[in-house]
Design a protein around this ligand. Structure first.
Ligand code: ATP
Ligand code: AMO
Length: 432
């Protein structure tokens, strides 16, 4: 039982043509003398129309009894029809149930009956059959594709670094401990130290797309415990150089999606405008002023609270950078400003009120790095394997990490980060 076409390949001008489709029963409407069945496949939905005048009773009964979400095979003739969705339908000559679905369904796949996110995630395989949910993951695929093409075209080398690691890199969020034979190890929070070591290896431009694990205790709409990070590191570059790469990447992805995901963006009712470059840059000090002027307390030396992000998002549209951060609230590897070491060469990329990326120029001087590790109350001994790479010719370098799911939130407009990942991991959820 082979398909000849996907549903979206069948057009009114094919009137009279014999076709075969496989897919799922989306809906059945039985009016007695005529049965309408919507067949859904990966690419969309098409109506199968069986009027008793043209279709024998046995076939019509099979259609009636097939049941929602059963897997079916339909062979038939294309008919142009102004009454059918997309002006085309199939008059069946052959109908087979390949695998029957149990009834009732835990979830309505047409989206007419709304379900709570928890119910949806419990039956995620069914939830993903919904056109609007499915569209998010087609966009995610094209986004990642576009990212890889961009890096390939710009001379980056793709790397894979260990996720079972010995030490923390990002202060602020906790680590997941794991038992590693006789020792304690952790799930990696970021490829940070490894991508920097690749600069000492002379790779010059690297990228990694891989999982990061963060034991965030809180339950928010924009934190996951396992996320995918798009990371880069570039030698002989400063923060400005890698900010430009980030801007160009964002523009490239949006241009690509506007070409390759027209259907999906329409399903999500989302128009993607290509942002102008360079993105606006505001300093941390300006952020404090903006936020305070909106009546939200933010003191110098504090990371942005959720309230501060929201206040800022009301003022700032689209993509923008926050630069000139206080050194004290950024990780040890960030390069302090030589003239004013209280500030550093770190940046965050924001989309409205959401942080989607952070990055920086890094310290490449061994002794300064040791000093910064100590100042952050960390023990240089635990970073020996990393610090060694700074003793034998480490070039100046810079890089960033872009959260794939946060970027997807910006691209699709969904409000809950869990919508952008197949099987989200959060405080309460470890299955499916
Ligand atoms: P990074 O990626 O650098 O860790 P982030 O965007 O993930 O940054 P956090 O620093 O984890 O964000 O959190 C942003 C701010 O939101 C922090 O000031 C944090 O205290 C606050 N925050 C996070 N979760 C909650 C919560 N559940 N309730 C209130 N505030 C929260
Ligand atoms: P940072 O900790 O800001 O920086 O993380 C980089 C980006 O990863 C995403 N992200 C998350 N997404 C979902 N859930 C989470 N819990 C989560 N935590 C982080 C965000 C964030 O902007 N080593 C640096 C990057 C660098 O300097 O190269 C780092 O990890 O989009």
């Amino acid at each position: 039982k082979k398909r000849t076409h996907y549903s979206d390949e069948i057009t009114p001008d094919m009137d009279g043509k014999k076709v075969s489709l496989v897919g799922w029963v989306h809906e059945i409407r039985d009016l007695g003398g005529i049965v309408f069945l919507l067949l859904r496949d990966r690419e969309g939905i098409i109506q199968v129309t069986a009027p008793s005048k043209k279709v024998d009773k046995e076939l019509m009964d099979k259609m009636r009894k097939s049941g929602k979400e059963s897997v079916i095979f339909v062979e038939g003739t294309v008919k142009e029809s102004s009454k059918a969705p997309n002006n085309v339908e199939i008059i069946p000559t052959n109908f087979e149930i390949i695998n029957k679905s149990k009834q009732p369904l835990p979830l309505d796949t047409t989206g007419k009956v709304k379900a709570e996110l928890d119910t949806r995630l419990d039956a995620r395989f069914l939830d993903l059959r919904k056109l609007n949910v499915n569209a998010i993951f087609k966009i995610r695929n094209k986004m990642l594709n576009s990212v890889r093409k961009f890096f390939e075209e710009n001379g980056f080398i793709e790397i894979n670094t260990p996720k079972l690691v010995a030490s923390a890199t990002e202060g602020g969020t906790a680590l997941f401990p794991v038992t590693y034979f006789e020792r304690e190890a952790f799930l990696g929070q970021s490829p940070q130290l490894y991508k920097q070591m690749m600069m000492a290896a002379g790779f010059e431009k690297v990228y990694e797309i891989g999982p990061i694990f963060r034991a965030e205790e809180h339950d928010t709409l924009r934190h996951l415990n396992e996320a995918i990070s798009i990371d880069i590191e570039v030698s002989f570059a400063n923060h400005e150089d890698v900010m430009k790469i980030l801007e160009n990447l964002i523009v490239r992805v949006i241009e690509d999606l506007n070409k390759s995901c027209k259907k999906e963006l329409k399903i999500l009712n989302k128009k993607l405008e290509v942002p102008e470059t360079p993105f606006e840059r505001i300093t941390y000090d300006e952020v404090i002023e903006i936020v305070n002027s909106k009546g939200v307390v933010l003191e110098y030396g504090e990371d942005l609270s959720r309230a501060a992000e929201k206040a800022l998002g009301e003022e700032m549209d689209n993509y923008y950078f926050i630069i000139d951060w206080p050194t004290s609230i950024k990780p040890f590897y960030v390069m302090p400003n030589e003239k004013n070491p209280e500030k550093c060469y770190a940046f965050d990329l924001m989309y409205k009120d959401l942080e989607i990326s952070s990055g920086a120029m890094r310290i490449h001087d061994h002794d300064l790095l040791v000093k910064r590790i100590k100042e952050q109350d960390l023990n240089p001994e635990s970073f020996k394997y990393y610090l060694d790479a700074f003793k034998y010719g480490m070039p100046p370098h810079a890089g960033w990490g872009l959260g794939a799911e946060r970027f997807m939130m910006a691209l699709t407009g969904v409000k809950n980060i869990r919508e952008t990942i197949l099987f989200p991991r959060d405080r309460r959820r470890l299955t499916p």
